[in-house]
Design a protein around this ligand. Structure first.
Ligand code: DSN
Length: 445
């Protein structure tokens, strides 16, 4: 029998405790390569960002170890008193930042959060309206290849042909005619502000639930750089790793009571908030990722600071500056510009597909993703667009002047997409350009 001293776990730096490099040099080497990539390339993928060292520390913390299946006061496992405090802290921070009555921090990410909404509010076969995938919507808002399109009846809405912005008049007509049980407001590729008040009027008239998916813009909302949908919607879903700069995860905000309880759920003994909680657990998920909840709490603490407010507004200023610089160089943009963190290059008149340009840009150290544009005639696997976002480069401290330089890099590659010398020269210049900036989570460790 060992004595208690033998059973104790050694502290870092003493025998019995090894860091990654000693345990798994292969993964450690991949990590160093990824770190180098992040320091020397331009991350213009609109859904990516840099989490701070504090967020990464919480993500990789001992909270990884705990099973906390259930909710506050009703866990399935013992020893959750500290986790109860942690989850309560994260929930309280979310409620106070967004002004919601209820918050659930357990969804594993944005798609599981959206899945929980279907489970909580609808029955299979119900009608759901969402922005069509080809015009910027998310797969979980009713795309045929996703459960939301196969298990529910999808009624798409779209963009106005001239403005390329959401056509609220046509949306209203469709909602009046179709009477969907739920309407999504949100997108993965839409560079303009959502009119939540107009959507709420439409949903009320059609007696539909209105659910906002703010995955892309949650950080902008907290910063006051985009309207907040909470007062207009029944439910709001989000990821936690995009503009809000948290760990990879998701959350759901809602009111406690259900406007449509009598209409749709007269037999349910649970209010709206409780139905959502039950959909997340036990209906869809098991134990929450407690380390992610800890990291989310940290990110929300950071997001409540004045500097985050400045950051959120700078994201938008940078997107506008990048848009203007690209327009000046003769590029077309969907909707002609941006109000948020992203812009979509319309490359329909260009010789190569969006995918081909994205591949060439990547060779030069510029990461962006190809994307459909309105009226796209290319296959969805090729597309005629490139989506660009400014959250990550803004996290590095870049401002409007740097956006002009980034536009110049993009232009150099797109003008001579198959010139290997151009790729190599831009790759070198991009690396020099990036290394002048700090990378949160890397430089501040
Ligand atoms: N993958 C996310 C994005 O890039 O927009 C959406 O799920």
């Amino acid at each position: 029998m060992k004595n208690s001293a033998d059973l104790a776990i050694a502290e870092p730096g003493t025998s019995g405790w090894s860091s990654l490099v000693h345990v798994d040099c292969h993964v450690h080497e991949l990590l160093l390569r990824q770190e180098r990539q992040e320091r020397t390339t331009l991350k213009l993928i609109a859904s990516e960002n840099f989490a701070s060292s504090a967020v990464l520390e919480a993500t990789g913390s001992i909270f990884t170890n705990k099973y906390a299946q259930g909710y506050l006061g009703e866990r399935d496992y013992a020893g959750n008193e500290i986790i109860d405090e942690l989850e309560t802290l994260a929930i309280g921070r979310l409620k106070s930042l967004f002004g919601s009555e209820h918050a659930n921090v357990q969804p594993y990410s944005g798609s599981p959060a959206n899945q929980a909404i279907y489970r909580a509010l609808l029955s299979p076969g119900d009608k759901v309206m969402g922005l069509s995938l080809a015009e910027g919507g998310h797969p979980t808002h009713g795309w045929a290849g996703n459960f939301s399109g196969s298990d529910y009846q999808h009624v798409p809405y779209g963009l106005h042909e001239q403005t390329q912005q959401i056509d609220y008049d046509r949306l209203r007509e469709t909602a009046r005619r179709e009477r969907p049980k739920l309407i999504w407001v949100g997108a993965t590729a839409y560079p303009r502000v959502f009119d939540y008040a107009a959507m709420a009027e439409i949903a009320l008239e059609a007696k539909s639930y209105l659910v906002a998916d703010i995955a892309h813009i949650s950080g902008l909302i907290v910063a006051g750089a985009h309207p907040n949908p909470v007062a207009h919607c029944d439910v709001v879903t989000s990821t936690s790793h995009k503009s809000i700069r948290g760990p990879r995860g998701g959350f759901i905000l809602s009111q406690n009571e259900d406007r449509y309880q009598a209409l749709y759920h007269s037999t349910s003994k649970y209010n709206l908030a409780r139905r959502i909680d039950r959909a997340v657990f036990p209906q869809l998920q098991g134990g929450p990722h407690v380390n992610i909840i800890a990291a989310l709490a940290v990110a929300l603490h950071e997001a409540a600071t004045p500097s985050f407010r400045t950051y959120g507004h700078q994201i938008v200023r940078n997107a506008k500056a990048l848009a203007e610089a690209l327009l000046n160089r003769g590029y077309d943009l969907v909707t002609g510009g941006t109000d948020n963190h992203m812009l979509i290059l319309d490359l329909r008149d260009r010789p190569l597909s969006g995918k081909a340009y994205a591949e060439r840009l990547a060779k030069a150290g510029i990461f962006a993703n190809f994307n459909m544009v309105p009226g796209d005639r290319r296959h969805p696997a090729l597309t005629s667009g490139i989506r660009l976002g400014t959250p990550a480069v803004t996290s590095m401290g870049m401002r409007e002047g740097e956006m002009v330089q980034i536009a110049a890099f993009i232009d150099l590659v797109c003008r001579k997409p198959d010139d290997a010398d151009v790729h190599a020269n831009v790759r070198r210049d991009v690396a020099d350009f990036c290394t002048a900036f700090d990378v949160p989570g890397i430089s501040d460790r």
